[in-house]
Design a protein around this ligand. Structure first.
Ligand code: GMT
Length: 383
């Protein structure tokens, strides 16, 4: 499609929606589009310099009266300013709260301004903006309103689309555009086997978990599963990320006497390097609207063992590209992992099936095209 000047807003911190937004911006920039990130900090995966990528910081001024500094207003102002200065065609906000409200204000400000500039905006729903935060009465009406006001809405799974339509009772059409993974970067490389030695010096199996350690991720279940697996298969657990439940997980590992085999790596920039070392990825979440971490693991041939929740069954096919169990059923998840880790040929076969599924259904090339055609339709409608 012809070059689009696109503003992207997301939470720049450690979290799936920010990762998707950043990777989307990078992919679009590589395809020649002009991308302007507008946020309070540079998005976490935005490293390096790219001629088509610009970053605009949102300054939130502090004033003694402001117990709650009004970020959403500062964001709306910056969105309108950047759109005017750089002649943006479209804004794409990731995570409805508060980004779609700010975008709606920016659109209104520009339409009423001297140049009467049109600035359509599209909203991508990621999960907790609908399933948790959006259900709070103090946010629900305005979230619903800003979704309805969006010029286009996408959800990252059918599950999230259905749930939004049902629980928010909105009239909009919602397109499902799945999350994606860059299969060029997320892959097993020829050095993976050598690098395993760093974590598993005696040829142990490697399990991995990647999350923001929020309660919804049930990180302590990861420790419970690993404890059971370790009794049957010599193995190590790598935990990537950080967050509120990290110390609970650390204490549990100490209590169980397995702390030496559980490696807390903290926040990592190049997570693909670690995922590419792992045999199995554990994702025992209470809820996932998609489960981007599982997809990233699949591209690296690490087999996900996860819970059958939300949009996860749309990503992981039970028995083919991973295993699914009920929330909290750590015994079944441990059983699936132990059996798989003691069957080398099955492990290899499933790892390859994961990679094939990631390439065939969720590769960046495939999904970016869907975003481009979505933008095209929105721009045509709004012109
Ligand atoms: O899971 C989180 O706590 C982060 C959250 C977010 O908004 O960044 O993740 C959501 O968006 C991801 C990217 O689209 C999805 O892969 C996650 O499944 C989704 N999380 C939940 O639905 C709990």
């Amino acid at each position: 499609m012809s070059r689009v000047k696109l503003g992207i807003t997301c939470y720049p911190t450690y979290g799936g929606s920010g990762v998707v937004a950043t990777e989307l911006g990078l992919e679009l920039a590589n395809r020649g589009h002009e991308i302007h990130f507008i946020s309070y900090a540079p998005p976490i995966r935005l490293t390096g310099v790219h001629p088509n990528i610009h970053y605009h910081e949102v300054e939130v001024s502090r004033y003694p009266l402001f117990d709650y500094p009004p970020y959403d207003l500062a964001l709306a102002t910056r969105m309108a300013e950047v759109a005017e200065l750089y002649e943006l065609d479209l804004l794409h906000v990731h995570y409805a709260i508060p980004h779609s409200v700010s975008a709606m204000l920016a659109r209104q400000m520009l339409a009423a301004g001297k140049t009467q500039r049109k600035l359509p905006f599209v909203t991508t729903l990621h999960g907790t903006d609908i399933t948790l935060v959006g259900q709070d009465r103090s946010y629900l009406p305005i979230t619903r309103f800003s979704i309805e006001q969006s010029d286009g809405v996408t959800a990252i799974s059918n599950y999230l689309r259905e749930r939004t339509l049902r629980e928010f009772d909105i009239a909009n059409h919602i397109d499902v555009i799945y999350n994606f993974v860059n299969c060029e970067i997320y892959r097993r490389d020829e050095h993976a086997a050598e690098r395993r030695v760093e974590y598993a010096p005696n040829g142990e199996r490697i399990l991995v978990h990647l999350s923001n350690f929020r309660p919804v991720k049930r990180v302590t279940d990861t420790i419970e599963i690993f404890d059971r697996v370790r009794k049957r298969v010599p193995s190590k657990l790598l935990l990537i990320g950080d967050g509120p439940d990290r110390s609970r997980a650390e204490w549990l590992a100490v209590q169980k006497g397995i702390h030496g085999d559980v490696l807390f790596l903290g926040k990592q920039d190049e997570v693909y390097e670690k995922l590419a070392l792992a045999d199995v990825m554990l994702m025992p979440s209470e809820l996932e609207s998609f489960g981007l971490a599982a997809l990233e693991a699949m591209a690296c041939e690490a087999v996900p063992i996860a819970t059958r929740v939300g949009g996860v069954p749309e990503v992981v096919e039970h028995g083919k590209t991973g295993y699914l169990a009920s929330v909290g059923d750590v015994d079944s998840m441990a059983e699936y992992a132990s059996v798989l880790l003691t069957n080398e040929s099955r492990l290899q076969e499933m790892g390859k099936a994961c990679r094939e599924a990631a390439e065939a259904r969720f590769s960046a090339a495939r999904i970016i095209e869907q975003y481009e055609s979505f933008y095209r339709r929105v721009l045509e409608r709004s012109s």
